[in-house]
Design a protein around this ligand. Sequence first.
Ligand code: GUN
Length: 298
Amino acid sequence: MRQAKIIDGKAFAATAREGVARDVAALKDKYGITPGLAVVLVGEDPASEVYVRNKGKSTLETGMQSFEHRLPADIDQGDLLKLVDKLNRDPAVNGILVQLPLPDQIDENAVIQSINPAKDVDGFHLANVGLLSTGGDGLVPCTPLGCILMLKETLGSLSGRRAIVVGRSNIVGKPMANLLLKESCTVTIAHSRTKDLPGECRRADIVIAAVGRPEMVKGDWIRKGATVIDVGINRIPAPEKGEGKTRLVGDVAFDEAVQVAGAITPVPGGVGPMTIAMLLRNTVTATCRQAGIDPENL
Ligand code: GUN
C-alpha cells in the first residue's frame, strides 16, 4: 500500500522557532531591542485559555517579552478599545493579538480595525488584507503563512501548480488563496456552494482543506501524488477509546488520503504547531519594520 510522505509540522515549527530565537538575540545584541508581543484574552473560553498560555510560553522561550491582558467576559467594548489604544502607543509592544472569538456584545471587526496595522501580527487589519491582495509587504495571517512555508519546503517552487483551497474564511481561505497566487499557482477557491467539489479537488496538485468539517475531504477526491494540507482541527467522539472520550481529526479523511497523496500533513502535528511559530515570526518582522531594520540582514 502506498504511503504519502508525512509533513512534520512539529519539526518545521521547531526550526522556525530556532530562527526566531536567533533573530531576537541579534536584535538585542546589535540594536538593544527586545521584541514584545501583547495577547489580549476576553472571558474564560477554555480553548482560548490553552492557546494564550501556549503563546505566552513560546514567546518567552524565543527571548521576547510577553504581555498578557485578561479581561472579564462582560467588558464594555469601549474599555477594550482603550486597552488596544494603550498597546498601540506602548513602544515595548511590537505585536498585538486579540484572541478571537470575542463575546457577543463586542463588535469583533471594530476591535481588529482599531489595532495599529504595523502591530497587527494576526494580519487581520484591512490595511494588511489589502497589502496581501495587492502583492505588498504587510503582515500575513499566521496559519496560511505556515501552510505556504511547509508547501515550499516540501515541493520547492509552487509556480504553475494547480491549487484548490476548500473554505473561504477571512482568517484562512482567502489569505491562503492570495498567498498561493503570489507563488504563481493557478488557484481555485471552493466552498459550500461549489458544484462537484470532489471533481474540483481531483484536478489539484495542492489541496488546502480549511472548512472545519471533520474528515470531509475523502481519499478518492485526491489526485495521485498531490500534496494535502489539512488546516482543520475538529474534536469528535471516540467511543473506541472509552465512554465520553474524544479525539482530534482534520478536515481530510487522513487514513484514506495518505494512501493516494504524495505528501500530507497530519492532525494533530501538522498545521497547528506552525501557527504559533508564525506568530512569533510575525512579531519579529513587525519589530524590524517598526525600527527600520531589514529582517534579512540581522
Ligand atoms: N482564535 C483562534 N485562532 C486565532 C488566531 O489565529 N488569532 C486570533 N486572534 N484568535 C484566534
